[in-house]
Design a protein around this ligand. Structure first.
Ligand code: B4P
Length: 196
């Protein structure tokens, strides 16, 4: 298996690049943001609860997202690998993910971390808010709260994988294809060696 975390602050292009990477490398895309938005659209109890946090720009409680990922891993036993997008977002989520993968005799091969300036993040999310209909994108205060959550809780996830020497920073500014090529070059290099 080849398991990859695509990491970065809100608006860094995780969702955008994931779509291209899963097609090229035949990976199963697991986006906790997409899973949560699907729960909200279907008005499930989980979705209604998650919406309260997301609308304020806060992270949804760990146990909720960990449960969703656990189910998703169990539902796809035969894939070539997973691309985790927007997960893990806290140190606890990272530890749980490592344990879940260990139980399946696999691990995270690499974390590719997209590096984007704060001004560019805000610009992208405000622009997406004009058309996406996403309630967490159409208010600059909520966007800033999401970036704050990233610095306070999520940046620590990179430290977790840094200890295992698994983090590669990639410049996340420029054209979408240009960034995709940078990410692909790293994956192609890593795939030549067994990491787990
Ligand atoms: P997510 O759905 O993960 O989304 P995101 O961080 O807002 O955006 P992403 O980085 O994927 O940006 P995208 O490619 O779309 O999270 C939403 C919320 O869900 C969180 O705030 C939280 O409440 C909750 N949540 C999710 N996972 C959680 C977890 N594990 N634990 C707790 N809570 C969780 O790009 C953004 C925009 O930029 C797009 O419009 C795109 O077109 C544009 N763009 C992309 N690349 C570009 C480029 N190179 N140049 C110019 N524009 C670009």
């Amino acid at each position: 298996m080849f398991n990859l975390i695509l990491f970065g602050p809100p608006g860094s292009g995780k969702g955008t690049q994931s779509e291209k990477l899963i097609a090229k490398y035949n990976l199963k895309h697991l986006s906790t943001g997409d899973l949560l938005r699907s729960e909200i659209t279907r008005k499930t109890i989980l979705g209604l609860e998650a919406k309260k946090y997301m609308d304020k720009g806060n992270l949804v409680p760990d146990e909720v997202v960990i449960g969703m990922i656990n189910d998703a891993l169990d539902n796809h036993p035969d894939v070539e690998g997973f691309l985790f997008d927007g997960f893990p977002r806290t140190a606890i989520q990272a530890e749980e993910l490592d344990d879940l993968l260990k139980q399946k005799n696999t691990c995270i091969d690499v974390m590719l971390a997209l590096d984007v300036s704060e001004d560019e993040l805000i610009k992208r999310l405000v622009k997406r808010g004009e058309t996406s209909g996403r309630s967490d994108d159409n208010n600059e205060q909520v966007i800033r709260a999401r970036i704050m959550e990233y610095h306070q809780k999520t940046a620590a996830v990179a430290d977790h994988y840094q200890k295992a020497n698994k983090v590669i920073f990639v410049k996340g500014e420029g054209g979408i294809d240009e960034i995709f090529n940078r990410l692909s070059n790293e994956i192609d290099r890593l795939k030549k060696h067994e990491r787990c």
